[in-house]
Design a protein around this ligand. Structure first.
Ligand SMILES: Nc1ncnc2c1ncn2[C@@H]1O[C@H](COP(=O)(O)OP(=O)(O)OP(=O)(O)O)[C@@H](O)[C@H]1O
Length: 287
């Protein structure tokens, strides 16, 4: 399903923190929502997953304004994975936590049936968390826990997934694994990502928020120009597609002042490190 956010303004504490934001996520696409601290990313996301009512504007999922749907119908469409440590699940097994994702389908009082058990098993499998099913949720590592929370969201069978900094606190391998998993899901996803290096690698499209407004939106290479890197993120960097096809950020030697060279500098050839012996070969060749 398609997500459209149309002219949304969000107030917190009687002041606007998100101003007139319009954006779109095509069905099945993964769009990264990036921006500096305090730019309004989480507040905008809250308006999308129906936790903070916008002062103005419309959030539309699959053709319906989510703020006009009942909470249960909205929960059937949208699942959120957030960065906060969710203590409501303390004492539950992983399988029980993932089963909570089925609540919008069978209701608070309803008992999970065969289709719910199937959905739980399937989402544990898709997230590689089957082996954790009987573990207590509180005893998991940060990476394991994020997988389980993603499994709970998938068990909801959402049409839209919203993710708020789900890679925080994960080690580098776990970050790559989680984002590769999310990208492979094929579910329409809007993800707040703090780590720009991961955002450019895994998202085809980005929305850059700055001071609550959309500063730029579109394909990564069009959006993260040196100008935007400087004006919004206040660092000197170029975002480039390297010869291996991967988009990477090339930061200046001193990212706080100078721009890097226009093209990535190739890494030194093997055996040219000081003391490796080939330096002397080079020197003799130069003689
Ligand atoms: N509960 C609140 N009450 C009042 N102001 C808030 C509240 N939560 C956030 N804000 C303010 O709203 C603005 C946007 O905050 P928000 O958390 O949406 O930004 P963010 O881009 O997600 O930030 P970060 O990258 O630091 O997580 C900030 O100025 C913040 O101080």
């Amino acid at each position: 399903m398609r997500l459209t956010v149309d002219d949304v303004t969000v107030h917190l504490d009687h002041r606007p923190v998100v101003h007139d934001v319009t954006l779109e996520v095509a069905p099945g696409a993964l769009v990264g929502l990036v921006g500096p601290n305090g730019s309004g990313k989480s507040s905008l996301l809250r308006a999308v997953y129906r936790s903070l009512r916008p002062r103005r504007g419309v959030v539309n999922v699959g053709g319906d304004d989510v703020w006009r749907l009942g909470p249960r119908e909205a929960a059937r469409r949208t699942a959120a994975v957030l960065q906060e440590r969710d203590t409501t699940a303390a004492g539950l097994s992983v399988a029980e936590v993932v089963t909570l994702g089925r609540t919008p389908h069978h209701g608070m009082m309803g008992r999970p049936g065969a289709s719910d058990r199937e959905a739980v098993a399937d989402s544990l499998k898709r997230t590689g968390a089957e082996h954790l099913a009987e573990r207590d949720i509180t005893g998991l590592s940060g990476g394991e826990r994020q997988r389980v929370l993603l499994a709970r969201a998938l068990a909801q069978h959402p049409h839209l997934l919203v993710l708020d900094e789900v890679t925080n606190h994960l080690d580098i391998r776990a970050r790559f694994e989680l984002l590769a998993l999310i990208r492979g899901l094929g579910v329409t996803t809007l993800a707040v990502l703090h780590d720009l290096d991961l955002a450019v690698r895994f998202c085809e499209q980005l929305v850059v928020l700055d001071e609550g407004r959309v500063h730029a939106a579109g394909p990564v290479l069009d959006v993260l120009t040196p100008r935007v890197m400087a004006d919004v993120f206040h660092v000197a960097a170029r975002v480039e597609r390297h010869t291996d096809g991967v988009v990477r950020i090339n930061y200046a030697a001193d990212p706080l002042t100078a721009l890097p060279a226009p093209h990535p500098v190739p890494p030194p050839a093997p055996n040219t490190w000081p003391g490796s012996g080939s330096g002397s070969a080079e020197r003799s060749a130069a003689r």
